[in-house]
Write a protein that binds this ligand. Structure first.
Ligand code: PMP
Length: 360
């Protein structure tokens, strides 16, 4: 479509064009109600259908059964860093954190403010360029939970196995949820800010196994208690209605693509195009070790910072936007979530070849 760029931003990130077009078409008059979703009561039956339908579709896509609930919270993944220990890090318990990047570290630091938590593995000494092996994890048998970040958005690494734990497994999946078929049922709780793979900013999705809800401390402030969201279908108060509506459109798009199996294969192929371009010689240097590479965020350096600046600028000129790496790592980061098309990755790979030829 005219004037649309290939948008490699890490989040908020590119959305499927058909989703934006449908939202545009329905913006002024949602299903004959004569009003926009933006203007509609969250108690309206049309919105009730959206919330219940989105929960059902989420379970269908992930293969999770009725022993799970899908909650729609606010405050971003960052609020989950605190909400998780508030609910489950009870007195006398300690939680295990696997530190594979900045967000994992932030989650750990929030937990420490609330209770007892320990680092069960860290890759800080390797500049977070890899994922630890199962053997490296020093887990406590009686931990309240084990927390990991399945995809490290800044460093460009991703867990390709699910660690074995005795304690309930909790994951921040903000930047790779629904990107591949996975054993979602191995997790007791999963949370994700929507603004990468799921939709717009403003809604944070929590998938929680029902048994986790059974002994949450009732003295917690209402809006920090997962049970408030579960028992009221996320409508104890006014939820972020438009964000949930767009999330549902994105989930329908995922389903129409063929679900997680099809998207998972496509994501592998998309990432391979970029990693092949990196691996040709030593002009580009990937940050992540090969076996820990993320299929969502491809991070790399060029021979010097001047060339990196020139790369970002020249890419932007031909409609490849948002490639600047995170300030803590530098270099280039291409975020290629579900909604980035294979053509976008082909165009970037071909730009990488051209840029190298002109600048080596
Ligand atoms: N976790 C991960 C893995 C992230 O990538 C981000 C955002 N980039 C966050 C947490 C923080 O999310 P939010 O901005 O929704 O609080």
């Amino acid at each position: 479509m005219e004037n649309r760029v290939y948008n490699f931003n890490p989040g908020p990130a590119t959305l499927p064009l058909t989703v934006l077009q449908q939202a545009q078409a329905e913006l002024l008059n949602y299903k004959g109600t004569g009003m926009s979703i933006l203007e509609m009561s969250h108690r309206a039956k049309e919105f009730d259908e959206i919330v219940l339908g989105t929960e059902a579709l989420f379970k269908e896509l992930t293969g999770l059964g009725d022993d799970y609930r899908v909650l729609f919270c606010q405050g971003g993944a960052s609020q989950q860093f605190a909400m998780l220990p508030l609910n489950f890090l009870t007195q006398g318990k300690s939680a295990d954190y696997l530190i594979t990047g900045s967000f994992a570290d932030k989650a750990f630091k929030e937990a420490k403010k609330i209770g007892s938590a320990q680092i069960a593995a860290t890759t800080a000494d390797d500049k977070h360029n890899r994922i630890p092996t199962q053997e490296e994890l020093t887990l406590q048998r009686e931990a309240a939970y084990v927390h990991l970040t399945t995809n490290n958005t800044i460093y460009g690494t991703e867990w390709h196995y699910i660690p074995q734990t005795d304690a309930p497994l909790v994951a921040d999946m903000s930047s790779d949820i629904l990107s591949r078929p996975w054993e979602y049922q191995k997790f007791a709780l999963i949370y994700a800010g929507a603004q990468k793979n799921l939709g717009p900013a403003g809604v944070t999705v929590v998938l929680i196994r029902q048994d986790m809800l059974s002994d949450i401390n009732a003295a917690l402030p209402t809006m920090f208690n997962y049970d408030t969201f579960a028992s009221k279908n996320s409508m104890y108060n006014t939820p972020p209605t438009f964000s949930i509506y767009l999330l549902q459109l994105v989930l329908k798009w995922v389903q129409a693509q063929g679900g997680l199996t099809v998207l998972g294969q496509q994501n592998k192929e998309k990432a391979a195009l970029l990693y092949e371009a990196l691996d040709e010689d030593d002009f580009y240097r990937g940050h992540a070790q090969v076996e820990s590479r993320s299929l969502m965020n491809v991070t790399f350096r060029l021979p010097n910072e001047e060339l990196e600046k020139a790369f970002v600028a020249a890419a932007a000129e031909i409609g490849l936007a948002g490639l600047k790496g995170h300030r803590s790592v530098g270099g280039i980061r291409a975020s290629i979530y579900n909604a980035m098309s294979p053509q976008g990755c082909e165009t970037l790979a071909s730009f990488m070849h051209d840029f190298k030829k002109r600048n080596r």
